[in-house]
Design a protein around this ligand. Sequence first.
Ligand SMILES: *Cc1c(COP(=O)(O)O)cnc(C)c1O
Length: 353
Amino acid sequence: MKHNFTAGPAILPKSVIENAAQAIQNFNGSGLSLLEVSHRGDDFDAVIEEARKTALELYGLGDEYEALFMTGGASTQFALVPYNFLNTKAAYLDTGTWANKALKEAKFFGQVDVVASSKDSNYSYIPKGYNVPTDADYFHITTNNTIFGTQIHHMPEVSVPLVADMSSDIYSREIDANKFHLIYAGAQKNLGPSGVTLVLIRKSWLEQVKRAIPTMFAYKTFVDNLSLYNTPPVFPIYVAMENLRWIKEQGGLKAVEKHNQEKAQLLYKAIDELPLFNGVAATEDRSLMNITFTLSNPDLDKAFLAEAEAAGCVGLAGHRSVGGFRASTYNALAKESVQALVDVMTEFSKKHG
Ligand SMILES: *Cc1c(COP(=O)(O)O)cnc(C)c1O
């Protein structure tokens, strides 16, 4: 059995993959594959409608919001958010590589105020106690820093529209989503396969768009056409729908969060208790989704990865900008998989400690 700790594209529930395989063979008993039917047919219409409704419902979002299914990944949202909403100046919190890439794109459209950054310590913590200018068009945060293993546990209270890149912790915990004007996530971490990007948008914000924007880059197009202005990524949307349904069946975000907390606690406990291993992120900012750690003696890194792999634990090599290891513990990962990794770490410590 494989324990999949890969950062992304990442683990999905087994039942979701089985249902997707079935839909590719024979979609809804139609005798046709999901891959060869119209995106405007009744069968697919039911799919995108369930995905849309469930995406809003899980976060308790009402009619003031719309759920959009777009393409181009989170990286395209880095540009679309300022293209649509940066009229004069926007504020950004610099918490890592992705946050940095987001603010770089914003600079094409206007003034960017970086209100705080943790770059000085290789992004090992979440800056706090910063001020957001009250005349900013919006404030952009990255709720979970996939590469460095930090996560925002207390959402900022601001008077300007709040925007979040939630690519690696979307639907992983209960949040007050109504605090946000826009949330986006590339699906391939915690929502579905690569190829679709979810955007949750407060519709009234569209009134603040001042630029003339080409059709496919305007959120309004996707809102007005319920993501069906052009051909949407049919298969990734189907898988996301199955996964959203799965989350609901687990008991929603409350149950999913409890499971994620248990998994993270199990692994952080091992990191803290085994003298050979060290955590990377500041304790109070530790991520529940991407758990970064190192060995006191990096000469042992290769040996550890080999032993983990022999026990079926894959995808653990850390990002090159951090080194060490990263265990991604997304929704679909079972607690047994985390236990398998902890067992490897414990054994390894006995041998080398
Ligand atoms: C992976 C990731 C991205 C990039 O997503 P793409 O869909 O590949 O563009 C952006 N932000 C965060 C937080 C990520 O984890």
